[in-house]
Each structure stands twice: as structure tokens, then as C-alpha cells.
Design a protein around this ligand. Structure first.
Ligand code: SF4
Length: 436
């Protein structure tokens, strides 16, 4: 098969993996933390598209757009995860790169400025140890033989031994072990060759290696200044959960994410709305284990990302995001607004006096605008016009705040306010993630 065909097959096979948005890498000389021109849409000359096949856009935590070559090493797979286009029983075109092809391709794309990094995963075409060894070898050769300084995200192959995790983290910026489904019951049903034990075991191993590496680096700084040990996976670890393919509710998903952040210090949990996959053989009987849905549940995915944002940056606990008997997030309003509407006793918040934690709880006030409010009121008084300028979204915040005792609107009838906010919210898909 021609290399161009392989790229088309193996990039299409990788596109359902959401876990490649990159953030926070500090690998020295990586060209990724701003040194290589800051990303943005680049024009490519391959396949007549605006970007070369396999190049995807991701966003860093500071909102910067970066481009990654996102491909599988191989889409041949022994596993038969029912929701996956690459499952063993799927009637799909198969291809595999060689390590050398992948290295040449990555370096070419990088040299032409099409990409700032590589996201590499694989189907399980052989024993998981052999597959993982191939991924690690690719990353190692990219760094040591090809001098590649870009970002590398490697996925940990389920079932591969712990012995590969340490070398993987030495060459890669980020590692991820995808949970995919939130309970063992669903894994047994839909991805019987996987288990929570395998995946959490890999996360535990990454965490142990990170801790050991921090200690080594601390020691080398103290005893051998200037000869610091290299950082282990400096952009940390992440995982992905598929939403809407199994029966778990949002409460189970958010509770799991909260536990993962606490226990394994994950940088990110990615949520991927389940995209219905074709019937084996291109016809016949649909897999009865899979839900019959017309399209991916994108609004639900979006609300989960917002809830995740509350866990990571707004100091909410999973129990606060979904309280009482509620098991699903409100699709009509974002989760912070939903919480505020359930707690009218906490409002209005006087912006001239509130501390940072109180400000974070106000719908329409983001972490950045909360900091700016505190800064600004040190030197001058706040005004509604000034709040707009520093990024407060008044169409949501107006019901929950006072400035110098004056309100724009009131939270006297939470049901009415919910209706108004839901009307301006477009059902969830228009909302940015960052301003609530
Ligand atoms: S292990 Fe499962 S999810 Fe991964 S490529 Fe194979 S079938 Fe797909």
C-alpha cells in the first residue's frame, strides 16, 4: 500500500480518539510551548485538503491552537470493542506503518510546519507488549535519531506491561490510558478484553514513575546542578471516556472523573460522544449491545466538559454538580448556572467585597475575570461597564450579582431566570467552555 493511502486509513482510524488535546508541556526545547510559531491553521499540499491528512487541531489550556499528526501505528486489532471502527470483527480496510515510515512522515510534516507534534496510538495487532514496544521505539528514535523536538503523546496499550511505561514517559510529553467506559460492567459487556484493573494499573504506574522522576530531579538539582535528570511525561497523563454508548449516567461519569483527578492527578479527562459505528460486514443485524441513536450526543458531551471544568478550576465537588436525586446534567443551562439556580440563598454576591471563592461561584464570572475583579477593585471602584470589559458575561451574571449594592436584575424567580438563560444559551452547543 502506498504511504499516502496508509496515512488516509490510519488517520481516519484515529479520529474517534478525543484524548489528544495537549496542554502544559514543559519539555525543554520542544518547540511546543510557543517556540515554533504558535500553531494556527496551516495550509497543506496533500490530498487537496486545507491540511495534510492526519493533522488535527487541538487547544492548549491557554487557548492556543496547535496541530498534531494524529494516527494509529496500525488499525489491525485483535480486540473486539463493540463501539470501535477498528474492532477485529469490523469490515474495514487495514493498514500498518513501519516505524521508519512514521518517523519520516512526522519529521517531514514538522519540517514543513504542518504540525507541532505527534499523537500516536495503535490497534492491538500483536501481543500488547509488542505493540507498546513499537510505539516507544518510534518515540525514542524520533528523539534520539531524528532529533525531533516536537510534542509527543503516546497512548498506553491496554494489557502492555509496566516495564514500557518508564521508557514511554522518557520520550513522550504526555501518556494516556483510555478508560473508555465508566464501569467494569460496561467494559465486560462492550469491550470484554479490557478491564478497569488493567487501565487503572497503567495510571498507577505512570503516577509512580512521575513521583520517582520528581524525586530524581530534585536530587540531581541539589547534588549535580546543571545535570538534571530528564522530565518524565512533562504534560502528565490523560484519559478518555466515551459518552452515550453505555448506560451510565452523568453522575457516575463525573464521580469517576473527580476520583481520577484526586487519585492519579490526571491533567485531563476527555469525553467523546459516541458516534454510531457501522454494522459488521456493511449490512445485516446491528449489534444489539449498542444503543440506537441517530447521531453523537454532542450536547451531553459539552455539558460534561463544562462540569469537568468546574471540577478542575472552580473547586466544585462531584456531589455539588449533581445534587439530590439528579443523575443527569441539565442540557438547557450550564452546570454552574444550574447549581446557582438551586442555591438562591448564596446570591446576590456583592462584587466589591466577595472573595475569590465566592466570585468563582457566580455564573458568567470565569477564573480570569474573578482575578481581574479582585485586582481592579484594589485601585478603583467597579462598574457594570467595567465588568463587561474584563470579561464578565453579564447576560448570565446579571441575576446573581450586585455592584456597590445595585443590581441589574434579580433572582426572585429561579424558574423564570432558568428559562431566560436557557433561551440565550442555545441548548448548550454555542456556549464557550471558558466564561462560566
Ligand atoms: S483495542 Fe478496542 S478500542 Fe482499541 S483499536 Fe482495538 S477494538 Fe478499537
Amino acid at each position: 500500500m502506498e504511504l499516502s493511502e496508509k496515512i488516509a486509513v490510519l488517520s481516519a482510524a484515529a479520529k474517534y480518539d478525543a484524548s489528544c488535546a495537549s496542554s502544559g508541556s514543559g519539555r525543554a526545547g520542544d518547540g511546543f510551548s510557543g517556540g515554533k510559531g504558535g500553531g494556527g491553521r496551516r495550509q497543506g499540499a496533500f490530498f487537496g485538503a486545507t491540511l495534510p491528512a492526519g493533522v488535527c487541531h487541538s487547544w492548549t489550556e491557554d487557548g492556543r491552537c496547535v496541530s498534531l499528526l494524529k494516527v494509529l501505528y496500525s488499525n489491525v486489532c485483535r480486540f473486539d470493542c463493540s463501539y470501535c471502527v477498528n474492532r477485529a470483527s469490523a469490515d474495514t480496510r487495514r493498514a500498518s506503518f513501519t516505524t521508519e515510515e512514521l518517523i519520516t512522515l512526522t519529521c517531514e510534516f514538522y519540517r514543513h510546519n504542518y504540525i507541532e507534534g505527534l499523537f500516536l496510538s495503535s490497534g492491538i495487532f500483536a501481543d500488547p507488549d509488542i505493540v507498546m514496544e513499537k510505539l516507544v521505539e518510534t518515540a525514542r528514535k524520533l528523539r534520539t535519531e531524528a532529533g525531533f523536538g516536537g510534542y509527543i503523546h503516546l497512548q498506553i496499550i491496554p494489557g502492555s506491561g509496566a516495564k514500557f511505561i518508564r521508557p514511554a514517559g522518557l520520550w513522550a510529553d504526555r501518556l494516556s490510558a483510555n478508560i473508555e467506559l465508566p464501569t467494569d460492567k460496561s467494559l465486560t459487556r462492550l469491550a470484554p478484553q479490557k478491564s478497569g484493573k488493567l487501565i487503572f494499573g497503567a495510571m498507577e504506574e505512570v503516577l509512580a514513575a512521575e513521583n520517582e522522576n520528581s524525586e530524581d530531579r530534585r536530587r540531581s538539582r541539589a547534588f549535580h546542578p546543571g545535570r538534571e535528570a530528564p522530565a518524565f511525561a512533562p504534560a502528565g497523563q490523560s484519559t478518555q471516556l466515551i459518552v452515550g454508548v453505555s448506560a451510565e449516567n452523568d453522575r457516575q461519569i463525573i464521580t469517576l472523573s473527580g476520583a481520577l483527578y484526586r487519585k492519579f492527578f490526571l491533567r485531563r479527562v476527555y469525553y467523546s460522544a459516541y458516534t454510531p459505528v457501522g454494522v459488521p460486514g456493511g449490512g445485516g443485524i446491528p449489534d444489539p449491545r449498542l444503543p440506537e441513536i441517530s447521531g453523537p450526543p454532542l450536547a451531553r458531551e459539552h455539558r460534561l466538559y463544562q462540569a469537568d471544568w468546574l471540577l478542575r478550576f472552580y473547586h466544585f465537588s462531584p456531589e455539588e454538580i449533581l445534587e439530590g436525586d439528579s443523575v443527569h446534567l441539565d442540557i438547557q443551562v450550564d452546570p454552574k448556572t444550574a447549581w446557582a439556580l438551586r442555591h438562591p440563598e448564596r446570591f446576590p454576591v456583592e462584587l466589591g467585597r466577595a472573595d475569590y471563592e465566592e466570585l468563582l461561584r457566580v455564573p458568567g464570572v470565569g477564573a480570569t475575570s474573578a482575578r481581574r475583579i479582585i485586582e481592579q477593585r484594589r485601585s478603583r471602584s467597579l462598574s457594570y461597564e467595567g465588568l463587561r470589559r474584563i470579561g464578565v458575561v453579564l447576560k448570565r451574571a446579571r441575576y446573581f450579582i450586585t455592584v456597590a449594592g445595585a443590581a441589574i436584575d434579580r433572582l426572585d424567580d429561579p424558574k423564570r431566570v432558568r428559562r431566560v438563560i436557557a433561551g440565550t444559551d442555545g441548548g448548550g452547543l454555542q456556549l464557550p467552555l471558558f466564561d462560566f
